[in-house]
Design a protein around this ligand. Sequence first.
Ligand SMILES: [Zn+2]
Length: 120
Amino acid sequence: MRKSDTQFAALAHDQTFKSKMHHKIGSVLVCGKQVIGTGFNKLTGYGSGIRYSNKWSLHAEMKILHFVFDAPKAKGLTLYVVRRGYKLARPCPHCQQLLSKSSISRIVYSIDGTLEELFL
Ligand SMILES: [Zn+2]
């Protein structure tokens, strides 16, 4: 873990207040010491994840992926994924698979009131 992790995780936690989902999850994408994108989970008319009637839940990790494509030369990005109250927010296997194809090399996620890291 890095010193700045708690700081960026707190920013991701701020994003959870924008989510209208039952499990409120926020995400922050960081390149070096700079935030290049923020997101939160929401319902959309497309995507993957859990389906609610004709809507899909767009995972907070996916909401942020377009920032990766906006910065194609950025390498070694860190993604912070935090659930309200720092509950479990480990990216699901589907998101992990997609993220592993991006320039994100490290994910910091909340679990049981603390943070864990995952290297892709
Ligand atoms: Zn997911």
